[in-house]
Design a protein around this ligand. Structure first.
Ligand SMILES: CC(C)(COP(=O)(O)OP(=O)(O)OC[C@H]1O[C@@H](n2cnc3c(N)ncnc32)[C@H](O)[C@@H]1OP(=O)(O)O)[C@@H](O)C(=O)NCCC(=O)NCCS
Length: 131
């Protein structure tokens, strides 16, 4: 193990970064769904909650655990989530969210566009799906 790699169990951080995260079963409370992202070591790398409204989905919370950030998990989890949602909701046309000012760049890299800024610097963002 290289000296700059931290170790989690029997796998290095680098090895874990190559593990594909999977989505757990969706839990529903009222109109909000919650899921977690896990890797084959059974560790939770992050979680997300969202609300389905007609042909759009609003992401309410999207969080990657500190230990797993900057390893590509945010991108992978976002991609898998959106693919899964497209399968589940064929009429889905857009995904929206309010991005924390510190996370706007991350969402832009996932393909979201800024619709408008709020006074606190957060941004309402949107990703169009399909044609
Ligand atoms: C924002 C967050 C989800 C990013 O997760 P992550 O696993 O670190 O992201 P990734 O490693 O997949 O990064 C993907 C790309 O986005 C970039 N990126 C990551 N976080 C970023 C940020 N805060 N601002 C700008 N770019 C960012 C990375 O550099 C990377 O770019 P690259 O593809 O050119 O290499 C994570 O930091 C987090 O959970 N933060 C706390 C909660 C939060 O802010 N959630 C969003 C609320 S709207």
């Amino acid at each position: 193990m290289a000296s700059n790699e931290s170790e989690f169990g029997f796998y290095t951080r680098k090895e874990k970064a190559n593990m594909q995260p999977e989505l757990t079963e969706f839990k529903k409370v009222d109109d909000v769904f919650a899921i977690t992202f896990i890797i084959p070591t059974f560790e939770t790398v992050g979680f997300c909650s969202f609300r389905v409204q007609s042909n759009s989905i609003e992401i309410l919370v999207f969080h990657i655990h500190k230990e797993f950030r900057k390893s590509g998990y945010g991108s992978q989890c976002c991609k898998e989530l959106i693919e899964k949602l497209k399968d589940m909701y064929p009429r889905l046309r857009r995904v929206t969210l309010y991005a924390d000012p510190m996370a706007i760049g991350f969402w832009e890299k996932q393909g979201f566009k800024i619709v408008k800024y709020d006074i606190d610097g957060s941004a309402f963002m949107k990703m169009r799906l399909g044609s």
